[in-house]
Write a new protein. Sequence first.
Lengths: 397, 541
Amino acid sequence: MNTLSALRSFGQWFAEFRQPGRGSSWLVGILLLVTLTMSAANLLLPADSPLYVSTYTITLMGKYLCFAMLAMAVDIIWGYCGILSLGHGAFFALGGYGMGMYLMRQIGDRGVYGNADLPDFMVFLNWQELPWFWFGMDQFWFAVLMALLVPGLLAFGFGWLAFRSRVTGVYLSIMTQALTYALMLAFFRNEMGFGGNNGLTDFKDILGFDLQADGTRVALLLATTLLLVLAFLSSRAIVQSRLGRVIVAVRDAEARARFLGYRTEHYKVWLFVYSALIAAVAGMLYVPQVGIINPGEFSPLNSIEVVVWVAVGGRGTLYGAIVGALLVNYAKTRFTALMPDAWLFALGALFVIVTVYLPRGLAGIFERFAVGMRREKHGEKSWRENSGQLSAGEVSA
Amino acid sequence: MKFLLHSLWLVAALLLPAGSPLAQTPPTAPAVGELLQQIPNASLKKTGELVQQLEQAGGAEMRPLFEAMLAGELYAVKESDKLVAVTKDRAGRLVGREIFNDRKLAAFASRDLKKIRVNNRLRSQLRDAIARIDLLHGSEEQQHAAVLSILDDLSSQNMRLLRSAETAGASAQVQEVIALADAMVQLRDSRVLEERLAAIEIMSGRLEAPVRNQLQRLLNDDGEQEVAVKAAAQKALDKIAGRVEFYGQMEQLFFGLSLGSVLLLAAIGLAITFGVMGVINMAHGEMIMLGAYTTYVIQQLMPGAIEYSLLLAVPAAFLVSGGVGVLIERGVIRHLQGRPLETLLATFGLSLILQQAVRSIFSPLNMQVVTPGWMSGSLVINPVFSLTYNRLYILLFALAVFAALVAILKKSSLGLNVRAVSQNRDMAKAMGVRTELVDAMTFGLGSGIAGVAGVALSQLTNVGPNLGQSYIIDSFMVVVFGGVGNLLGTLVGGFSLGVANKFLEPATGAVLANIIVLVCLILFIQKRPKGLFPQRGRAAE
């Protein structure tokens, strides 16, 4: 009896999963399967085997997954809440700098100047002692805490100010862009104490493991996958909950939601902070795999590129953001290797084509296709058709 | 850079027809010819003596020789010991010209030439000689400059020179400086207390550097016993310091206004499109860039008429950028009606394409846009305060563009339609305004003005593919700060941001000033989301 009810509730849960636009557990499965296979192929197979996966590929995959996580963070607020942030790269980079500071302290006296107390660039700038904000960054837990706390507080402060005074639409977008631009200018300054132009690099090891070792690389990839899956599941839980419905209501008709008694700015602030935290986690995972963090990560172009990944994949779907980030970045890697000049043309064209012709992205095509299949099978009106008005509203939001 | 401009200026001068005032007849006195013959083989010391004799023998006609010598452009042709002035042209070739009549000679190989050496002592001697020539024979400005340079060296010989200039009938401006020189000599040489105090009285408040130096020396001089003189000198110095400080502030203000005029030019087009259509054109910066490149192309097409190139570039840039703007509106933005965020993304994509296109067509490197003669140099108001002509003209130009735009919006039928659409699009449509056409025209107008801004910017910064990118955030800030749909707000916003930036700069450094202004703006917009001059009325949501 007990087993039966358990089975039934599992069936319901699964059925909910299977709904188009939400059902995306297959993505989790594929992600886990691919990364596990890649890891095994890297560690277990000999280097001359045709199925061997190089460490370079492992790192590349890890990098893509970090970008996917960042894209998902943007999708949560843009796709579900209608807040177009052109400055999410700032939270990503701040998280990255937090991790970079920890890794920098781990170098110890193995730097070029062999100074155990100060990172190389400070010795180079003739600084005598560690600035106050570098204290405690040699502890992993503290660095992680800071890497979450700082972007979180920044997002909270910014969101609180912006949403309370009802800054919306393009205003908000440009404000976020100005935010990341200002941070970029600030981090370029040597006096800031974050390595200026060159940023932080030359890392040696993390938690005592050598960063160049295959095992560490694979472990980092697996950690990234795991955290991406976790972030995906928790984000999906949020957008499917009652909270998520309010958020969608805010996106489609904020004034109406406010009149119904919801404190819309509270919802927006908390969602913004949540999204910034995910971006920060992505940044933290990105830095040890890429091996460098510099102020270029703050550049407005980076942040706006993230938006196009989401747009390509299809916003408001979560899985679309992940797929979009992976596809566009893979294309970028291939393109820049083959025809470096053409990449910006392609990226620019992608912006135009997706916004003009594919407002729902690849996920839109996929879902239209899936709905068509279902309708043929069941001969019934799809839920999407019933809510056709809503989806038109979504597009114009 | 300066050298290059200088040499280009010389090239431009060469292109003037012979017989113009710039060409001079060669000196005929036999003594001069003989002295000139000796220069190529003289020692440095001997050269000094020769210069002195040449000045006495040749007088004003020797000025071009001394100038070439001072600039280090004087060479002797090895075979004939003939003196020529040689400059490098853009291709790095050595181009020679006759010294006394500016006639162009064939290019030289460097092994055929021998440079006439000059040292610092000789240079100051040359400068003095030029000053003397200018003082007695030059135009009013040259006379003024010459008197000022004599303040550095108040020898009795120079003072006699001043006397003779005074009797030759110098202008009031020159007379005033001569009086100042007298006072300085008086203070130095006289032993009578009253005379010295009177001299300090004349010197007090003067901004010329030698005056300050002399007073400072006097204060530091322990041999000076007169307390009254020291006190008066201190007072005079304080007054001078106060004035220098004041003009320093004025200079900051001028730089601020100059930056403000650039921001205004960049932002004003954005203000129109944003005000009317509610969309942000992220490719606006690239319209500015296109304008700057148009200037470059026009200068390449007509290398003989650099002086007039800017006048032609303004309408050309307006047409090029405006045309591209209309294409963008018709091709992309029209399809995104009512979706401002998507418009933002699509235009950003276009900006990437335009940048890369310019990179492919021209090059990723910066292009050299020439500053015409009338734009270079500066308007000297006093020794510590001068306004560079390029910034001054751009400031005036920005105001003129602003005035023209206001006139278009207030007086023309297009302006009426634009204002109607920006206030209430649906109502305007119902009244028969062809909103689609208005949109396209507005977008073209805004982009065209961005192109014109590019022409102005090409005179201030490097012309490269990234030229526009750096202006988009700043321009948007100006628009938002001033209030959307309000041109006056854009004017006030542009100038106040520019001035704020420049006044913060000395205290904090350029980058930090930029950051502080950005952060203040972010906070300001939280407080007043609709800007300084919010749009009022029912349509203003």
